[in-house]
Design a protein around this ligand. Structure first.
Ligand SMILES: [Fe+2]
Length: 287
């Protein structure tokens, strides 16, 4: 069965079919999938009920998997490469409103790119839908920061290109009032500095590298830098740059973290269960 890539009308986002990811990938299939991802930024595969081993094997094709800081995790998953993106607590029950991980995950409602607070940061994320709400499962929204970059005036691009940005998990979590980080965690997860404008290796296009972990701009007044980051995020996430993923059970959604932003959208998390399994592969070199 041949792999088929069906792009969204805008070219941002594509469905990839004709492959069973429960079986190990081969080099030829991986090359086709990597090319689709490089071009379309976000790809999805329907009906892929992966177990942990299959999902981990898949992400390893894209780079070394990112291990999580366990003390932040508080989840049911024992594999250090997986994040439990769910509203389910460690006992299998829907998390109460005040549950710590619920508050922590609320930051995912802001536009962000995964693990940008690390050096090297994430390059590719793979999220597998295990359980979705029976009614109105919430979409995950993406924005193409290559298209946003292309839409900026040349004079603005020239001003932005030399800037460097500090990314910090404390910046994004402070936005939802989560500050419960101990000294050990702060040692494990120091802020990182990245360029504001990156060259996306897969497509040869430039892109903005921003999002909720972006705290401030190096050598710029902090509030001025934050205002610029907010302005750029607003610009980059306009509807013409977006793809909205409508989830089906067992979707595997894969995105390029270097050239996209994404955010979760709210749902009735006190009524319905939503369980997704997240993992990511990191860049090979510091960014
Ligand atoms: Fe995310």
């Amino acid at each position: 069965m041949a792999i088929t890539v069906k792009p969204m009308p805008s070219g941002f986002g594509a469905e990839v079919s004709g492959i069973d990811l429960q079986e190990p990938l081969n080099q030829e299939s991986y090359t086709e999938i990597e090319a689709a991802l490089a071009r379309h930024g976000v790809i999805f595969f329907r009906n892929q009920p992966l177990d942990e081993a299959a999902q981990e094997a898949f992400i390893r094709w894209f780079g070394p998997p990112n291990a999580l800081a366990r003390q932040l995790n508080n989840s049911r998953m024992k594999n250090p490469y997986f994040y439990d993106v769910s509203n389910i607590d460690e006992n299998g029950k829907i998390m109460m409103q005040e549950h710590e991980r619920r508050l922590y995950l609320q930051a995912n409602l802001f536009w962000h790119t995964d693990m940008s607070m690390r050096q090297p940061p994430a390059r590719v994320t793979a999220l597998n839908a295990i359980v979705l709400p029976e009614e109105n499962p919430p979409n995950t929204e993406f924005a193409d920061t290559r298209a946003a970059w292309d839409a900026l005036p040349k004079s603005r691009q020239a001003e932005l290109e030399p800037l460097r940005v500090v990314h910090s998990v404390y910046a994004s979590r402070a936005k939802v009032g989560y500050t419960n980080f101990n000294a050990e965690t702060r040692n494990l997860l120091p802020p990182s500095e990245h360029p504001l404008v990156r060259l996306h290796a897969g497509s040869g296009r430039k892109c903005l590298y921003i999002g909720a972990h972006a705290s401030h701009i190096v050598d710029m007044d902090e509030s001025e830098g934050r205002a610029l980051l907010e302005e750029l995020t607003e610009f980059a996430t306009q509807p013409q740059f977006r793809y909205e993923h409508k989830w089906q059970p067992h979707d595997l959604l894969v995105w390029d973290d270097s050239c996209t932003l994404h955010r979760a959208t709210p749902f009735d998390d006190q009524k319905y269960r939503r369980e997704l399994r997240w993992c990511s592969a990191r860049e090979l070199e510091p960014v």
